[in-house]
Design a protein around this ligand. Sequence first.
Ligand code: GLU
Length: 351
Amino acid sequence: MGDTQSMQNGEGGGRVTRLAPSPTGRMHLGHVWSFLIAWGVARRSSWRIVLRLEDLDAQRARHEAEADVRWMLEWLGIDWDGEAVRQSERVEWHVQCMRVLESKGVVFEAPQSRAELRALRSDAREAQSRGDGAANTRASDGADAPHEGDDVLRFPASLRPPRDHWRFADRAMNHRLALETGHECVHDEIFGTRTFDPANIWGDPLVWLKAGVASYQLAVVADDIAQGVTDVIRGSDLLPSAALQQRLHALLAEQPTPPRWWHLPLVRDAAGKRLAKRHDALSVAALAERGATADRIRGVVAYWLGASESPRDITREAFLEIDLERTVRTLQARGTACQVDGALEAWLVAR
Ligand code: GLU
């Protein structure tokens, strides 16, 4: 596709990675963990780094959150190449990708609301009586990046409209990708080979939202292709999504090879819960206000990497001296736990 050529950053076959924050809240230690590693691996090996602001969720994306991302990256000495790209400015490219999917006969309009899909589930009554409030939990249906603990909302093939209605005519309607069941192997640099059936997880996932923008799953693949991304480094809760993204990649890219995947173990709080935007006290901005320095934050990442036996201050230069690529590859095999307990938090903010 034409846009692919003009956006291609991987000159001379060089490798490209991306930092892809969603500016919906303050960045926390989980973001720092993946951004510092992605940046460090890339800088040590002269890969290109793209900064892509994933701001398609207009209800949640905020200017202060984008300012927080930029402040955090600068404070930690994380730089990138070229202009930052906002996904909200790339809607026409996403439409072109929808046209490709339409020409392949794999997308259809799906008016069903999340509430309707929940009501269809056999466990709906049970969930209600348990009072676990699935409706208040984030839904994983392709619209946003799915994270651990999300309520997976599967769209069954039985709800598809007749095939001769499969098209992309109305941008103000939700559209889904008809996914056939089948195993997809994800070769991950950290987790090894993992097999998923994305149709079994999500059924037919959302690719276009009635808000007039691509879903997370479509936008991420469309932009990884357009920006020539060769290496995706991010949290392991997106590992199953890699299987779906490979399917989309095969439908959209001229070059059939999907990116190399590097899924990192998740950063957890003292109770073992994945860090999320609700952990605002562990946001980088809050930690900095409480006295943490950039050297200490890097020190925590180096400690989780196993590069030091106890946390200690690490300068930007010292961080880049760590053999990140080798260390990162063995993270999962070493059973690394990235946990922010009280002692680590106290060390971070000690003046
Ligand atoms: N923007 C997504 C998030 O912050 C990450 C997307 C990705 O790395 O694929 O959850």
